[in-house]
Design a protein around this ligand. Structure first.
Ligand SMILES: O=P(O)(O)O[C@@H]1C[C@H](O)[C@@H](CO)O1
Ligand code: HPA
Length: 371
């Protein structure tokens, strides 16, 4: 039997290369007028002019309506550039800190308890409870502090979220990520997003730290994305690339620093994914996530990183592996207390590691702006 030729479809052979130019098409606009009709010599001049004017008026009315709706829906969502600028200006008028780095403290990293955590060790700290910040959501997770902390870490000006917003709390993704855009308007150039996560990679151990190399946006597969809806170009483009989401240089620095601090035996690198929560995953779900290349699973971060990259912030992601994911039916079940306990046990290491990283990232950024 003759081998099947990939170019042979339904018996016809076409080996010609793809045409470089596209065939001309006649475009019909939304109101039914077309270039052809405009050129139609048989149309009586005066009626034709009136027809064109009416069409043009209708078109500009329609455009205005679309613009109005776009503005309204953004306002309704409390997410307009102007609204977030109001929030950023409120904060800037109450603190002298001009943060360069934004940090989101995950479940194991100071969002639940004060003593010893990174967020509690910020120098010259000025704290803003979320409920006092205009247009800000409030934390509903029990035990989350829910405050923005401005100050310095190793001399670098920072703002830290002590408690984040999760989708499972009932907030839409854009609202979970609102603080990231506020950070951008505060002048933040680098986002450090941390989280607690279950380890899927069989080589990971509880208490390991995973530098996030990439993510899989599971919720995005179903169309749930923080950038869904009208796009405001002042934040970023309609179709942002996401193939360099986690900064390569930051990841290398994190590996170097892990060696310097002699914690490289617990520092890993891998792919993070986020599901909506609040339930922990089924065995079948975890097996599927493993199969598609996820090393750790959590309930946050992915949408924050998408929002940060959309507005051109550099991103570093770090997961604390708080539990081994249960991938057979006779193992113990995951629970939130375990997540918090591991966070508490690792907080000293995390504080040291992250504060060194803040210092190095800040040095890198200031070196980049030198002429
Ligand atoms: O805020 P993160 O993503 O660190 O919190 C994880 C996910 C859930 O909120 C919680 C589960 O224990 O930890
Ligand atoms: O196993 C987990 N699954 C989802 N989120 C988590 N956060 C900590 N551990 C986990």
């Amino acid at each position: 039997m003759a081998p099947i030729n990939a170019f042979e479809v339904n018996g016809s052979k076409d080996f010609s290369p793809a045409k470089k130019t596209l065939p001309e098409v006649e475009l019909e606009n939304g109101n039914g007028s077309s270039a052809k009709r405009q050129k139609d010599k048989r149309s009586p001049g005066i009626f034709f002019d009136i027809f064109i004017d009416v069409t043009r008026d209708r078109q500009s009315e329609k455009e205005k309506e679309i613009e109005r709706e776009k503005g309204d829906s953004l306002r309704e969502r409390g997410y307009s550039y102007e609204t977030l600028l109001e929030t950023a200006n409120y904060l800037l008028s109450r603190t002298s800190i001009r943060p360069q780095i934004g940090i989101i403290c995950g479940s194991g990293m100071g969002s639940y308890w004060k003593e010893g955590s990174l967020a509690e060790n910020i120098e010259d700290a000025e704290r803003f409870p979320y409920e006092e910040i205009p247009n800000f959501p409030v934390s509903t997770v029990e035990g989350h502090h829910g405050q923005l902390v401005f100050g310095k870490i190793s001399g670098a000006p920072v703002v830290a979220m002590q408690g984040r917003f999760h989708y499972y709390e009932g907030y839409p993704l854009w609202k979970c990520c609102l603080p990231v855009r506020v950070m951008k308007l505060l002048g933040v150039q680098t986002l450090i997003a941390t989280n607690a996560a279950g380890g899927l990679n069989p080589e990971f151990r509880v208490g390991d730290l995973m530098i996030v190399k990439d993510h899989i946006n599971m919720m995005g597969f179903a169309g749930n994305n923080p950038l869904h809806g009208p796009n405001d170009e002042r934040f970023g483009p309609r179709f942002p690339p996401m193939s360099k989401a986690y900064d390569y240089e930051f990841r290398n620095i994190a590996k170097e620093v892990a060696k310097e601090l002699k914690i490289d035996d617990i520092v890993r690198e891998g792919v993070y994914t986020c599901l909506g929560g609040p339930n922990f995953e089924t065995v079948a779900e975890l097996n599927m996530l493993k199969l598609v290349g996820c090393d750790a699973v959590g309930m946050s971060t992915v949408h924050e990183v998408i929002t940060a990259r959309h507005c051109n912030m550099k991103v570093f992601g770090m997961s604390l592996i708080t539990n081994e994911c249960v991938v057979c039916y006779n193992s113990d079940e995951a629970n939130h207390e375990e997540v918090l306990d591991v966070g508490r046990m690792r907080q000293e290491v995390l504080r040291k590691y992250l504060s060194t990283l803040v210092k190095r990232f800040a040095q890198l950024s200031s070196a980049e702006v030198q002429p």
